[in-house]
Design a protein around this ligand. Structure first.
Ligand SMILES: [Zn+2]
Ligand SMILES: [Zn+2]
Length: 303
């Protein structure tokens, strides 16, 4: 398998690529970028697998994202509005452009519950390399939803999917916003009962160096998006994370890296994430490619 990079987390089967999905995938593979396209609910989990079945070098994950636990408005029918808040969006540049995108199309999505029987059927396919993305997201509270109730619903969905990942023996792809302490507790609880043998990754990591170290302690990787190309505080954190704990991703169509800000993101742009990490660690891009690809191949057992 010779892919220079693996984009370990993107959504190339989403509506944003409706017109040119195959072209985007082919461009990515031609650039030496294998990719894992990530499901967020029952429909996108199934559609991601359909795309993965079509191409060597494309794999998928299946799971239920916390933002799909409650009915709410999304910027397209497949995902949440990609607004980055808190510490990771300095200068307001990102927030304003993202807000415009988010305002462009709003579609109400229905609430879902995690159904192990549905996902078990999909998980049998060898192209399904992980369970996720799921996790805790305390950043985006849907209007009219009680915060404590939302947290309880999210924790329940996380426990169900951790248990499921243990059952089907796959690693997990965790989405975590403003909730690292609770997230680590839930992961530890599953590990303590003998679960999660294959561990997983905290995707789009924007936490602190201490939080990254806490994840390392329980055997979890972190994956870094294009946010690292423009957010100074994340750059300082990434400098302190050993390469052995890092994977790279685009989270396409969101979070476009510099120098493509303002464009739709795509997996081939993952090289800009790698280049920034190389600069921060004072090593070559080749070294970042080699180690992060090996980390992905090992975690997801890619072949
Ligand atoms: Zn996510
Ligand atoms: Zn995602």
């Amino acid at each position: 398998m010779d892919y220079r990079f693996i984009d370990t987390h993107c959504h190339v089967h989403f509506q944003a690529y409706k017109e040119d999905m195959d072209a985007i995938v082919e461009r990515s593979l031609a650039a030496g970028v294998g990719l894992i396209t990530v499901g967020t609910q029952s429909s996108t989990s199934k559609n991601g697998l359909a795309l993965a079945e079509k191409y060597d070098g494309v794999w998928c994950t299946i799971g239920l994202h916390p933002n799909h636990l409650h009915a709410q408005e999304f910027h397209d029918e497949d995902e949440l509005p990609p607004i980055i808040g808190g510490v990771t969006a300095p200068g307001g540049e990102l927030s304003s452009s993202r807000q415009e995108e988010a305002d462009s199309v709003k579609i109400k999505t229905r609430a879902e519950r995690f159904d192990p029987d549905y996902y078990r059927e999909l998980a049998k396919h060898p192209k399904v390399v992980a369970i996720g993305e799921f996790g805790l997201d305390y950043y985006r509270v849907p209007p009219g939803v009680d915060l404590d109730l939302m947290k309880a619903d999210q924790a329940e969905a996380v426990r169900a999917q951790l248990k499921f990942a243990t059952e089907v023996n796959k690693p997990v792809v965790i989405h975590c916003r403003d909730a690292h302490a609770d997230q680590i507790e839930l992961l530890k609880a599953e590990i303590d009962r003998g679960g999660l043998a294959r561990r997983g990754v905290i995707h789009c990591f924007t936490g602190t160096a201490l939080e990254a170290a806490a994840y390392a302690e329980i055997g979890f990787l972190v994956s870094i998006t294009g946010i690292v190309t423009f957010a100074k505080n994340l750059q300082e954190v990434v400098r302190q994370i050993p390469l052995s704990q890092i994977m790279i991703e685009t989270d396409s169509p969101y979070l476009t890296p510099t120098p493509h800000r303002g464009e739709r993101n795509e997996p081939a742009f993952v090289e800009h994430v790698a280049a920034k990490i190389a600069e921060l660690h004072g090593i070559s891009v080749d070294e970042v490619a080699r180690v992060t690809t090996a980390n992905a191949v090992k975690l997801f057992n890619l072949s």
